[in-house]
Write a protein that binds this ligand. Structure first.
Ligand SMILES: C[C@H](O)[C@H](O)CC(=O)C(=O)O
Ligand SMILES: [Mg+2]
Length: 394
């Protein structure tokens, strides 16, 4: 079978929610006094947008094949990502075979090593990689999960991240992950409020519903240990991203410190097989949470997942909508998935990358049939009502 070659790569930016899911308006739960590493500065405590959590915006990568078929993907990356795609990475794609995913990944990664390795560069490489998978699926008229080896179960099960696990329970999710609101700078009173919020939620959801805390890199080892110990009586299932992502040593110690049965999870701000290898070999966590749009894309996630499996660790990707759904359904060591509640009050299910994608599937009663993913590529379209800008070209 002769497949076309890659004719052109284009990068666009988009604002307003979607892949940069922190880019929301006022009154959204996701920006309401959430503990962050910046919360030690009181002026940046109430809102994450105040310190720039939404400065990047969405990056849209389009890859057009010589027969006119277009694959695309969205991730967090905005104008910086667009520059990297247009002025640097495009050269490794244009003229290449559409099946050259491994070679293209290797060239993108190696050629950016001198300024890349993690962060925005890996977000961008992920976006290009996901657009290539989408293109390949469209050309072969197969969903990406089929290209990955096929579904290992009939449906996905989701836990929900948001301010209202009690409503998530009513909506059929298997668990709820609350954002931690107070960091160490808010002292003993903050710690008490954090535990009270968990206790209140436990009371509302009853004993059998999973409750987790997302600490978004905001704590230190001592505080995280005390929080975990205090949270044990309220049945906390896992403590997530308690420490800054570079503190591998702290995570290893936290994992030894937490009460028996409580899990330590992290990885949404980690990238590549080498970053995850550190987390695994140092015994930092029980569940790895790579974001498919940030960790190096699907091509890299396949490697991360195999490495995790050999260490008996689960992989439950962070957010990332369809890019995560197509992966999780194909892996036995990814038994469930995350759903980020993007409704401002976390009181209804809206597509995670709303409004940027059309045909984005959503969980119904906390579940998604594999058949909901049975369209070519990732099965989504760009919403033509969202205004694309192309800041650079080549
Ligand atoms: C709620 C968290 O602070 C963050 O916005 C999302 C996240 O870390 C997660 O979904 O996990
Ligand atoms: Mg998280």
């Amino acid at each position: 079978m002769t497949l076309p070659t890659i004719k052109q790569v284009r990068a666009y930016t988009l604002r307003g929610g979607g892949a940069d899911y922190h880019d929301q308006g006022d009154g959204h739960w996701i920006d309401d006094h959430i503990a962050t590493p910046m919360a030690k500065y009181p002026e940046y405590r109430q809102s994450r947008r105040s310190f720039g959590i939404n400065v990047l915006g969405t990056l849209v990568v389009e890859v057009e094949a010589s027969d006119g078929t277009v694959g695309f993907a969205v991730t967090t990356g905005g104008e910086l990502g667009a520059f990297i795609v247009e002025r640097h990475l495009a050269r490794f794609l244009e003229g290449a075979k559409v099946t050259d995913l491994e070679k293209i990944w290797d060239q993108m990664y190696l050629s950016t090593l001198y300024y890349g390795r993690k962060g925005i560069v890996l977000n961008t490489i992920s976006g290009v990689d996901l657009a290539l998978w989408d293109l390949l699926g469209k050309l072969r008229q197969e969903p990406v999960h089929q290209l990955l080896g096929g579904a290992v179960r009939d449906e996905l099960q989701f836990y929900a991240t948001g301010a209202r696990p009690d409503l998530a329970k009513e909506m059929g999710f298997i668990g709820g992950k609350l954002p931690l609101q107070h960091g160490p700078a808010e002292g003993e009173e903050g710690l008490r409020k954090n535990l009270e919020a968990l206790a209140t939620m436990r009371e509302r959801v009853g004993d059998d519903f999973w409750l987790m805390l997302d600490c978004w890199m905001s704590l230190d080892l001592n505080y995280a240990t005390r929080l975990a110990q205090g949270a044990h009586e309220f049945g906390l299932k896992w403590i997530e991203e308690a420490l800054p992502p570079d503190d591998y040593w702290g995570y290893a110690e936290l994992r030894r410190n937490v009460p028996r049965g409580m899990l330590v999870t992290t990885g949404e701000h980690e990238a590549t097989r080498w970053g995850f290898r550190l987390l695994l070999e140092m015994g930092c966590c029980d569940i790895l949470q790579p974001d498919v749009g940030w960790c190096g894309g699907l091509t890299e996630l396949i490697r991360i997942s195999a490495l995790a499996d050999a260490h008996n660790a689960l992989v439950v990707p962070h957010g990332s909508s369809v890019y995560s759904y197509h992966f999780v359904i194909t892996r036995t060591n990814s038994p469930f998935a995350e759903f980020l509640m993007m409704a401002p009050k976390a009181d209804e299910v809206v597509p995670m990358f709303h409004p940027q994608l059309l045909d984005e599937p959503v969980p119904v009663r906390g579940r998604m049939r594999a058949s909901a993913l049975d369209r070519p590529g990732f099965g989504v379209r760009l919403n033509p009502e969202c205004a694309l800008e192309r800041p650079y070209s080549h």
